[in-house]
Write a protein that binds this ligand. Structure first.
Ligand code: GTP
Ligand code: MG
Length: 433
């Protein structure tokens, strides 16, 4: 077994686990609880069986052991009595904290970042996702190598004399990992160039990217809009790879929709950084569709997390549409009206029950029209003299005649925009709902 395999093997979690969090003193206790629940979900997604949860209110986690002495011994006693093999902490722990906690508790310690990385590693399917996860894992492991080694030497009988060779071994391992990190980065560059080329080849088609908190229903919405066979599951991080599909806007304009990996609170920064190429589809798209699970009690927290992650990824200069999903799960449908007043620019749908998908597509159309010099005009027959100009200044996508005149759906190049508006402004039709 190579050292890398050994390291990953050590990080494998056994079955029975406990979760531990620090709640901010004076904070909203109910909300802290609810958000802490997410760690349990993550742990179960990774395959652990969470037997008990512990929390302590502190103004901030302790530098040496995260939680206080008293709490620590309570946790230790519980772990002993209940044959717990793994303690999962709700924040990213420092290498020192991990070392101290493992020494104190005498069971394996995993932090939130390690857990999320583990889930990603289990779920990665394509070469791209696998490479990205491995890169993030290596970067995460690097500063934590000491404790891994301590653990290994303990496991392999260690004892007298292990310290010297152990330290040397760490240096060797560090070098190995550093080389591996460089190799993975090179590999990702190649993959990135390939997908850049693919994207460029369809540069004329407007692209919409679904982003949002994990489990918000992005893939389900993708399926509702494009009938794509995508993987949908009531688990965190069902999707890791980007899928893109063609679909048509109500005007008939061809467009592309992409679905990608979800975000989560306290996502490890290495992971966001190494998923750049997967998220490139969102970064390069024309419009961002932010999907929110409205049935989640703290969806406002989720919105905040997604906004922050988008900012980290520097995706801030695009038109964003917020879509509230799972309205079928609201206790009363009238609640939609209340939320609608709160978020007047958003659309409310149920992706799995196919509710309001048409309204959503009309909104897509509106976004596109507003941002791409696309116009709908109605030209009465008595204005027929203007038709020559219309043909000269625009590209007509669609035309419909009725008794009094013609509807045109058209595209205008930037250089003709001023001239076009000068003449045709009075004939522009807003939205034909
Ligand atoms: N009741 C209800 N459930 C929904 C709706 N949309 C999605 N779901 C369910 O929510 C769960 C998550 O859906 P996904 O589409 O996999 O969510 P996602 O955002 O792609 O999640 P990740 O890929 O994990 O980030 C699944 O169990 C879906 O069936 C909806 O409108 N109503
Ligand atoms: Mg998904």
């Amino acid at each position: 077994m190579s050292i890398e395999e050994k390291l990953i093997d050590v990080a494998k979690k056994p079955e029975r686990a406990i979760t531990i969090a620090v709640f901010k003193k004076g904070g909203d206790r109910e909300m802290s609880y609810e958000l802490f629940n997410e760690l349990e979900l993550l742990a179960e997604t990774a395959g652990a069986n969470v037997v008990e949860t512990f929390h302590q209110e502190l103004s901030r986690p302790l530098g040496a052991t995260y939680i206080g002495k008293g709490k620590l011994s309570e946790v230790k006693d519980f772990a002993k009595e209940n044959k717990i093999a793994l303690a999962i902490f709700d924040d990213e722990l420092s290498p020192v904290q991990i070392r101290n906690l493992e020494k104190e508790l005498e069971i394996k310690v995993l932090d939130r970042s390690g857990l999320i990385l583990d889930i990603f590693a289990q779920r990665a399917q394509t070469r791209e996702a696998k490479t990205q996860v491995e890169l993030a894992q290596m970067q995460y492991l690097m500063p934590r190598l000491t404790r891994m080694w301590t653990h290994l030497s303990k496991q392999y009988g260690g004892g007298i004399g292990t310290r010297g060779p152990g330290e040397t071994q760490i240096e060797v391992d560090r070098r190995l990992i550093r080389t591996r990190i460089e190799r993975l980065k090179d590999k990702l560059k190649v993959i990135e160039t390939q997908s850049d080329q693919k994207r460029k080849s369809r540069s004329n088609v407007p692209t919409f990217a679904l982003v949002g908190y994990t489990n918000a229903g992005k893939s389900t919405l993708m399926k509702a809009i494009t009938e794509a066979e995508v993987y949908i599951e009531n688990k965190l991080f069902a999707t890791l790879d980007t899928t893109t599909r063609k679909f048509s806007l109500p005007s008939g304009q061809e467009a592309i929709l992409s679905d990608t990996v979800g975000f989560i609170r306290k996502i490890p920064s290495h992971l966001v950084a190494s998923f750049r190429s997967t998220l490139a589809e969102a970064r390069e798209s024309d419009f961002i569709i932010h999907v929110v699970d409205i049935s989640h009690k703290y969806f406002a927290e989720h919105i905040k997390t997604v906004d922050e992650t988008l900012a980290k990824l520097k995706i801030t200069d695009k038109p964003i549409l917020q879509v509230f999903n799972k309205i079928d799960l609201l206790d009363e449908l009238e609640m939609v009206k209340v939320y609608q007043d709160q978020y007047p620019d958003s659309i409310f749908v149920s992706a799995s029950k196919n509710m309001n998908i048409e309204t959503l597509l009309n909104k897509f159309q509106e976004l596109y029209d507003r941002n791409s010099n696309n116009f709908r005009i109605f030209l009465p027959y008595e204005q027929a003299s203007l038709i020559q100009k219309l043909f000269a200044l625009t590209e007509i996508v669609e035309q419909k005649d009725d008794e009094t005149g013609s509807f045109y759906y058209l595209k205008v190049q930037d250089e003709n925009l001023f001239h076009f508006k000068n003449i045709f402004e009075p004939f522009i039709v807003e939205d034909e709902k």
